[in-house]
Design a protein around this ligand. Structure first.
Ligand SMILES: [Zn+2]
Ligand SMILES: [Zn+2]
Ligand SMILES: [Zn+2]
Length: 164
């Protein structure tokens, strides 16, 4: 469904202004049948993503995209981080706070801080990843109630273990 272009301006059905045909929303060969300008379309899209349905749809699409193009997402995310260092910090803080305020995570946090302390006083030593030998390793706790019993894994193998 589309409208054949016959004049060089149209009345936008949303804002009611006379809009130059170049600024109207297009379909493949003519005007989109909803007959609104590009600006109003952007507004509609924004509103749509604010609804539950729209938000879910948006998240689903981006999840699908992330699955298909993981490198692209990494790149986009990195760029965003570079361009918004303040926002990134804020987001990170928020994430940390909500993580810390969850009682289920208390034991994890305390286990990790015990490891940090043990490393500091040299009661414990960091080891390379037990799978690939990467020296940038992280402590993995098979059991958080035993905070000093850890396995050392690089980020990749650590994630792999958790995603099993
Ligand atoms: Zn409009
Ligand atoms: Zn590894
Ligand atoms: Zn772990």
């Amino acid at each position: 469904m589309e409208i054949k272009i016959t004049k060089n301006w149209y009345e936008c059905k949303d804002c009611g202004f006379a809009v130059d045909v170049d600024d109207m929303l297009k379909s493949r060969e003519g005007l989109s049948s909803i007959c609104i300008c590009k600006e109003c379309y952007a507004k509609r899209k924004k509103l749509f993503y604010k609804t539950d349905y729209g938000g879910n749809y948006c998240r689903q699409m981006s999840r699908r995209f992330a699955k298909l193009h993981p490198e692209r997402i990494k790149e986009i995310y990195k760029k965003w981080r570079q361009n918004h260092p303040e926002k990134y910090k804020e987001l990170n803080n928020k994430r940390r706070k909500s993580f810390e305020s969850n009682p289920n995570n208390k034991i994890k946090i305390s286990a990790h801080s015990k490891v940090r302390y043990a490393l500091k006083i040299k009661k414990m030593f960091k080891k390379p990843c037990e799978v690939c030998g990467d020296i940038k390793s992280q402590a993995h706790h098979p059991d958080y109630t035993e905070p000093l019993k850890v396995r050392w894994l690089c980020q990749k193998h650590h994630l792999k273990l958790h995603n099993k």
